[in-house]
Design a protein around this ligand. Structure first.
Ligand SMILES: *Cc1c(COP(=O)(O)O)cnc(C)c1O
Length: 469
């Protein structure tokens, strides 16, 4: 009896939620893009302890709308231009719902064979889609940060083991390299695996933010002279600040000469490699030991889903693999267990999202959506550069525009804040050569030309107000 009652509550709630999801999709443009909450706004309204007795779902759902929604920043709003997008899409939302309904935990092959095998196959699809050769093995991580940390861990293992024709290094001798513009996840990963703080070297960059390979070579030489052991370089394809591209082919050459692990962080721009015309920009990427990119940014797969590719699959499995008695199964020798590819034991079934996304759209549609974003970016770039109040501060290689008001840093910051507070669009910022730079990314799943043009109208009006005063 009680079970029937519980089911009824669940089924009715599903209807309410799915209706809301449909309405949300239709009305998303009416929400302020960024939450207008101040710190503590929600905390002050939440009871200090949970209810002793069940409340009705209608009541709970009203609370969700009243309390929670105002504190949500609408990442799927077509006028969300800040940071990098964290795209969702209808197929990936549906897959996430199914996974949640089944509550799949795919730590081992036996704990849901489909979770393991679908991940293997969809990552092969993704690998081929971005033009990586067939000798890469792919798996899903929760974040690019985790991928980079795992790359560091495998590189460390390789250097410490002496099994790869290298001299066995001591952990305290290891030195890692990345450019000054590399993502902070390199620093975090190095810290976690115990690389000494002063043994992470920041290589100089050129005026556009790309790593200077001469400086990398110089630093490696110096370190070796001092008895240290260079072991790892993280190069970036599309830096977070301004999508700068490190000279991957030059880095690859040095990495090969010096026996460094060559990791590529393509967290954001890696998605662009599904477009063959963008692959020349990444020349050398097929030489990487490891390559990470996030379908959960620009590739329509809702957070989280980060694709991590490695050449040496067995090194990955041996480095992270564990097999206590309580996890042993009869098929351990026949197929991999995905727990051996990532940090946690438990593992979400994220490949269902990728599978839904790639089947729902097909390759052609995925490519044309990205090209559409890139074209809209070009249009907006033309509008901004034709307006003499503005200046573009970095090459627009993908769909990120970094620009500023010529009036100066304060005025530009004021412009960004006015835009964000208006709720009409949402922007973020960086600093480029000492100048406050607004970052605007055109990469929402369903962004249309009208969204970009309206955003420009708003920006232009805010600029009028700021330039007048
Ligand atoms: C976004 C980003 C990251 C971090 O991605 P997570 O998946 O959030 O860890 C790392 N590197 C670059 C270049 C990025 O743009």
């Amino acid at each position: 009896m009680e079970e029937l009652e519980n089911n009824r509550k669940y089924f009715e709630a599903i209807d309410l939620v799915s209706d809301w999801i449909k309405t949300y999709k239709k009305t998303i443009r009416s929400f302020p893009v960024a939450s207008l909450n101040a710190p503590g706004d929600l905390l002050n309204q939440l009871p200090k302890s949970p209810p002793q007795h069940s409340i009705s779902f209608e009541h709970l759902f009203e609370d969700f709308k009243r309390l929670i929604l105002p504190g949500i920043t609408h990442w799927q709003h077509p006028k969300f231009f800040a940071y990098f997008p964290a795209n969702a899409s209808p197929p990936s939302i549906l897959a996430e719902m199914l996974v949640a309904a089944m509550g799949v935990q795919g730590m081992s092959w036996v704990t849901s064979p489909a979770a393991t095998e679908l991940e293997i196959r969809t990552l092969e699809w993704l690998r081929d889609l971005i033009g990586l050769p067939k000798n890469y093995f792919g798996c899903i991580q929760d974040s690019a940060s985790a991928g980079t940390m795992i790359a560091l861990t495998c590189a460390r293992e390789r250097s410490l083991s002496g099994k790869f024709g290298n001299k066995r290094a001591k952990a305290t001798q290891l030195v890692a390299y990345c450019s000054k513009e590399a993502h902070s996840s390199v620093e975090k990963g190095a810290r976690i695996i115990g690389i000494e703080k002063e043994h992470l070297r920041y290589v100089e960059t050129d005026k556009d933010g790309a790593l200077l390979s001469e400086d990398l070579a110089k630093k490696i030489t110096e370190d070796k002279k001092n008895g240290l052991v260079p072991f790892f370089i993280a190069a970036t394809f599309g830096t977070t600040s301004r999508t700068a591209i490190d000279p991957l082919d030059q880095v690859a050459k040095l990495a090969e000469q010096e026996k460094l692990w060559f990791h590529i962080d393509a967290a954001y721009a890696g998605a662009a490699l599904i477009l063959p015309e963008y692959r020349d920009l990444a020349a050398g990427y097929k030489l990487a030991d490891s390559f990470v990119f996030n379908p959960h940014k620009w590739l329509f797969t809702n957070f989280d889903c980060s694709a991590y590719f490695v050449k040496d699959r067995d090194l990955l499995l041996n480095t992270l693999g564990v097999s206590p008695e309580y996890l042993r199964t009869d098929v351990d020798g026949d197929i991999i267990n995905l727990r051996d590819t990532s940090l946690g034991l438990g593992r979400r079934f994220r490949s269902l999202k990728l599978w839904f996304v790639m089947n729902w759209y097909g390759v052609i549609e995925m490519q044309s959506r990205l090209r559409h974003h890139l074209e809209l970016t070009k249009k907006l770039q033309l509008l901004i550069s034709a307006d003499e109040r503005f200046e573009i501060l970095a090459p627009v290689t993908f769909n990120l525009i970094c620009f500023t008001l010529k009036l100066g840093n304060q005025a530009s910051e004021k412009l960004m804040k006015a835009a964000n507070k208006s709720g009409k669009l949402y922007l973020s910022h960086t600093v480029i050569n000492g100048r406050f730079s607004i970052r605007l990314v055109v990469g929402q799943t369903d962004v249309e030309e009208k969204d970009v043009l309206e955003a420009w109208t708003h920006l232009s009006q805010f600029a009028d107000e700021i330039c007048e005063n």
